[in-house]
Design a protein around this ligand. Structure first.
Ligand SMILES: [Zn+2]
Length: 207
């Protein structure tokens, strides 16, 4: 009944924002270093659904998330369940766990949790997603938002677009119209983050 009020206050991610201000300078410096030589990089994203999301909603949501990230050169290969042993993919996959809610002790406003610096795990709180809008729409944006956190590899939010810390009426309206997208800054940061991510297996081998 009070969905609009909750929607106007909905926070997307829950993690410490303490270091957000500290990353602004490298963000600005990094913008000049990207833009050339872009090639799409495939990121495997495994979705473990412990809620039983309607398959049609999940399919539309993952398609939407993939479309939102495509301008940044991200090609998402969606997988169900978890990675199999002996997986030939040398790059770290992203693991999404969809749960109904989260135990106490976390931010109560959040729709999802991402461990930006760890770069692997995302938890989506599906009951909260359902309270904010059509799941095939909002879940797609939540997935895109959290995957962006992991690919950027830093804890920050943007003033506009998918990576706003809080989504309000303007953002939900734009979602329905399909006009809420990644900011140019986030597209650059994703590209930078993927370059760093691509190098990580080589660094590990060199040790
Ligand atoms: Zn966030």
């Amino acid at each position: 009944m009070n969905a609009p009020e909750r929607r106007s206050l909905a926070r997307v991610s829950a993690y410490s924002d303490e270091r957000e201000a500290a990353v602004k300078i490298p963000v600005i410096l990094g913008l000049a270093a990207v833009g050339l030589g872009l090639h799409a990089q495939t990121i495997r994203v495994y979705v473990q659904d412990s809620v039983g999301v309607c398959p049609a909603d999940l399919k539309r949501a993952t398609s939407k998330a993939a479309a939102l990230l495509a301008p940044a050169g991200v090609c998402i290969a969606w997988r169900h369940g978890g990675p199999k042993s002996g997986d030939p993919d040398s790059l770290r996959p992203i693991l999404v766990h969809i749960v109904s809610d989260i135990p106490e002790g976390h931010n109560l406003e959040a729709l999802a949790f991402a461990q930006a610096f760890e770069g692997v795990h995302i938890t989506v709180l599906y009951n909260r997603v359902l309270k904010t809008g059509p799941p095939h729409v909002v879940l797609g944006y939540v997935l895109a938002h959290e995957i962006t956190h992991l690919l950027e590899g830093i804890s920050r939010h943007s003033a506009t677009g998918v990576m706003k810390a809080h989504w309000g009426r303007v953002e939900y309206y734009a979602m329905r119209r399909g006009t809420l997208v990644l900011s140019n800054e986030d597209i650059h940061l994703i590209r930078l983050g993927m370059e760093a991510r691509e190098l990580q297996p080589l660094i590990a081998v060199a040790r």
